[in-house]
Structures are given as structure tokens and as C-alpha cells.
Write a protein that binds this ligand. Structure first.
Ligand code: 8YV
Length: 313
């Protein structure tokens, strides 16, 4: 049996060469018949490389009797059935820390883009509207309040950046953090009511599904902006469409969606919305570092060394 890695995702820009020396690697996206490719090597697959949108379900785990490690090319693990992995003693790794700064930058880019009308302004110049007069005014971030949902690594990095803009930070999450002086809200709608920018930086998965619903959006109010770099599943997208359409919130900057890469077409025509194709971590530097962690975790596991970044369930 050739020890086989089932790669559901590439590690672009790093690639999988370093693993191909010691393993047979199935690059599933290149297979004409993916299910048949898995079936043909079912008992040989000892590792799976996954990423958001390339899910590791209980069914896949059960189909791979010798699976030892799932290495996620992402920090979020909502694409993996962690319970099914735990039951089988399969280790799971992810890519924390290396993507924190770039993902927080993406959140700030969305905040500025939507509040200062950057994308709208670019179009204004290109299509010659400027010749007919000035465009509408934007909103100043300074002196406003950012409500951060999920004060983990990325949430804290967003907070640090917001502070440099003179923005006050408050936060919501399952627990109050002892090491920060920001005001904590255990009620999300209550926090949204006092926030100008609602940043989503929490985990995806069942615990946070649709926690941003019509009630939270109404609380955020007609002067409030929603910025989501977490997971689309956190927001009730239909409620968001209605809130944007009715002016119940001022606008939104969205990097993630419920059914990627499909985005509700209703958003396409809204000037007060800035859309990105899930690129929070998408820089050469960060994706290279993430790929390196995936490779190092797999190599560490099979050489009996400690994992670099295990997911502690
Ligand atoms: C993805 C992400 O990994 O880390 C996460 O949780 O969502 C992203 O960094 C990236 O888009 C590759 O799929």
C-alpha cells in the first residue's frame, strides 16, 4: 500500500511537491471521476487536506478506514466533522496565527471601502459621473463604535487596527475576556444597538448559525454597517437583503457568503455594499505560510513529531 494523501484542495501558491516525495497524492480537483478516485484508494488514504467549501463529512471519514490526520488549509474548521474525527482518534490541524493580520486588514479594507464609498467612488470617476458633480458624502470611522463578534485572534487584531482610527471597541462572544478592558455584551442585539460597525470575526458552525438575524440588523440601525470576514453562515442572508433594501442598515462589507461561490444577486446592484470573494487570507505571503503549516503538520504526524498546530476540540 502506498501511503496516500487525499488533497481536496491545492496549497496554492506552495503546491504539494514536498509531500509527493513520500506519499502518493490524489489531487481531487484534477480527477475526472472524483468519487471513483477515492474509492480506488480508500484503504490507502492516511491523510486528507481540506479547506472551506471542500468538506470532510462523517461519510467521508467513515469511508477512509486508515485515515490518521485531517490537515485544514484554514483556521476555521466548520468544514470538518470534528466529532466524527474525534470518535475515530483522527487528528485535525489548522492554520492559526499566520493569517490573523491579513484577515484583519481585509476587515478594515471593507470598513473603509463601504463607509468612505471607495468602490462607488472608483466607478464614479471611471464612468464620468464626476464631470456632473460631486458624489454623496461618506461616513467617518473616527469617533465611532465597533462591535466585534468573536474576540479571538482575528477579532483582537481588528480591534487593534480600529483603535488606531480612534474607534471605540466593544465585543460579544460566549465569554467575557479577562485580559481586555473593552466593554463586553452577552446580548448581541444590545451590542449592535450601540455599534456603528458590527464586525463578525467568530467561528462558523451550528453555534453561530444566523446569530445575525433581522432583530440584530434592526438593532444595528440605519446608520450601522455590517462587516463579515467570518463565515456566511453567521448571517441570515435573506434578512440582510431585506435590511439593506429597506435602509434598515446603512451598508455592508462582505467577504463571505452562505453558499459560496454563489452570492445573492440582489446584492449586485446595491451601491452601499462591497463584496469580496472570500479573500481574507488571500495574499502570497499568508497563503504560503498556511500551506507550509499544512505540510509541516502532515510530515510531523508521520515522523512521530509533535504537531505544529493541532486543533484542540
Ligand atoms: C480559507 C478561511 O482558508 O482560514 C479560514 O478559515 O476561511 C480562509 O483563510 C481560504 O480561503 C482558503 O480556502
Amino acid at each position: 500500500m502506498a501511503k496516500t494523501i487525499l488533497a481536496l484542495s491545492s496549497l496554492y501558491p506552495l503546491g504539494l511537491n514536498e509531500l509527493e516525495g513520500g506519499f502518493h497524492v490524489i489531487k481531487l480537483w484534477q480527477e475526472k471521476y472524483p468519487d471513483a478516485a477515492i474509492r480506488a484508494h480508500q484503504a490507502d488514504i492516511v491523510a486528507v487536506i481540506a479547506t472551506p467549501g471542500r468538506n470532510v463529512s462523517r461519510g467521508l471519514i467513515e469511508a477512509l478506514p486508515n485515515l490518521e490526520i485531517i490537515a485544514n488549509f484554514a483556521v476555521g474548521t466548520d468544514n470538518i466533522d470534528l466529532e466524527a474525527a474525534r470518535e475515530r482518534g483522527i487528528v485535525v490541524t489548522n492554520t492559526p496565527d499566520v493569517l490573523t493580520g491579513d484577515t484583519a486588514d481585509a476587515a478594515i479594507a471593507l470598513m473603509l471601502a463601504v463607509a468612505r464609498r471607495v468602490v462607488e467612488g472608483d466607478a464614479y470617476v471611471r464612468i464620468g459621473k464626476w464631470l456632473n458633480g460631486a458624489m454623496p458624502l461618506g461616513t467617518s470611522p473616527g469617533g465611532k463604535v465597533a462591535g466585534i463578534v468573536g474576540l479571538g485572534r482575528i477579532g483582537r487584531a481588528i480591534a487593534a487596527r480600529c483603535e488606531a482610527f480612534g474607534i471605540k471597541i466593544v465585543y460579544h462572544g460566549p465569554n467575557r475576556k479577562k485580559d481586555v478592558s473593552y466593554d463586553y455584551y452577552d446580548d448581541l442585539a444590545e451590542m449592535a444597538a450601540g455599534a456603528d460597525f458590527l464586525f463578525l470575526a467568530c467561528c462558523g458552525g451550528p453555534d453561530t448559525k444566523h446569530i445575525v438575524d433581522a432583530g440584530v440588523l434592526n438593532a444595528l440601525g440605519p446608520k450601522g454597517y455590517l462587516i463579515n470576514i467570518a463565515r456566511g453562515s453567521v448571517v441570515d442572508e435573506q434578512a440582510l437583503l431585506i435590511a439593506l433594501r429597506n435602509g434598515d442598515i446603512a451598508g455592508a462589507g462582505l467577504d463571505v457568503f452562505e453558499n459560496e461561490p454563489h452570492v445573492p444577486e440582489g446584492l449586485f446592484t446595491m451601491d452601499n455594499v462591497v463584496l469580496l470573494p472570500h479573500v481574507g487570507s488571500a495574499t502570497v505571503e499568508t497563503r504560503t505560510a498556511m500551506g507550509r503549516l499544512v505540510i509541516e503538520n502532515i510530515l510531523a504526524h508521520f515522523s512521530g513529531n509533535p504537531l505544529k498546530t493541532p486543533v484542540v476540540a
